[in-house]
Design a protein around this ligand. Structure first.
Ligand SMILES: C[S@@+](CC[C@H](N)C(=O)[O-])C[C@H]1O[C@@H](n2cnc3c(N)ncnc32)[C@H](O)[C@@H]1O
Length: 216
């Protein structure tokens, strides 16, 4: 019998979703790395941008606040987090298009976006789904477009190595901790994957990777 694909929500269990925003804010220096992601993703007001796995929409809303004319879609596979994102945007007086969909089957034609950003999503995917998702990112990016991915990466200090032991054991996050994401990006067609920033958190070391849909 075919194995059912596992879908991992924001905090692994749906009943924990309401705790997601406070945990990110107080436990992971969320402001620091999301501000960095916005600052170093080379975004512009005339861009069309996809926030892949937008969750409760914190990053998506911040992007729209920095770039009010940007065309922005927040996509997530979980309808519950999208509802939270919608309420947060409404409270902030911001209009964003939210879309339910999967990273491995993006509901957009090829060459749709100038930028795809994705924060803390890829460690939810199995190795084969990571490559599938990266191929989808390559497909929907315009030539010359950029993919900015922030997620757990290979730890660089002893303390970060120790902190990373529990998540390194998970099938989905193990690829991140072993430093395999740049090679997976390359396999999917995305070129010149490089590190743009690193952030030490209570749960492990986060890396901002930039890669390109090369304009040939
Ligand atoms: C840890 S949360 C990160 C949310 C947000 N990007 C942030 O930085 O706060 C991971 C999100 O990825 C979504 N997700 C997991 N697997 C997915 C998939 N295959 N397709 C789309 N979204 C997915 C989950 O529903 C969850 O909202």
């Amino acid at each position: 019998m075919e194995k059912k694909e596992q879908y991992i929500p924001a905090l692994n269990r749906r009943w924990l979703t309401p705790l997601y925003d406070p945990l990110l804010k107080w436990g992971m220096r969320e402001d620091t790395f999301k501000r960095h992601l916005i600052e170093y993703s080379n975004l512009a007001n005339d861009h069309k941008v996809l926030d892949l796995g937008c969750g409760t929409g914190t990053l998506t809303i911040q992007i729209k606040q920095h770039f009010p004319s940007i065309e922005l879609i927040g996509l997530d596979g979980d309808a519950t987090v999208l509802q939270i994102a919608g309420h947060k945007a409404e409270a902030a007086g911001i209009s964003i298009q939210w879309k339910e969909g999967l990273a491995t089957e993006l509901p957009y034609p090829e060459a749709s976006f100038d930028r795809v950003v994705s924060c803390l999503v890829i460690h939810h995917l199995t190795a084969s789904n990571k490559v599938k998702a990266f191929k989808e990112v390559f497909r929907v990016l315009k030539p010359g477009g950029e993919f900015h991915l922030l997620d757990f990466g290979k730890p660089t200090s002893l303390i970060m190595k120790i902190i990373s032991i529990p998540i390194a054991r998970l099938e989905e996050a193990g690829d991140n901790i072993r430093g395999l994401l740049p090679e997976m990006l390359r396999c999917a067609g995305l070129s010149n994957a490089s590190e743009v920033g690193r952030f030490k958190t209570l749960f492990g070391e986060l890396v901002h990777y930039r890669s390109f849909h090369e304009d040939l």
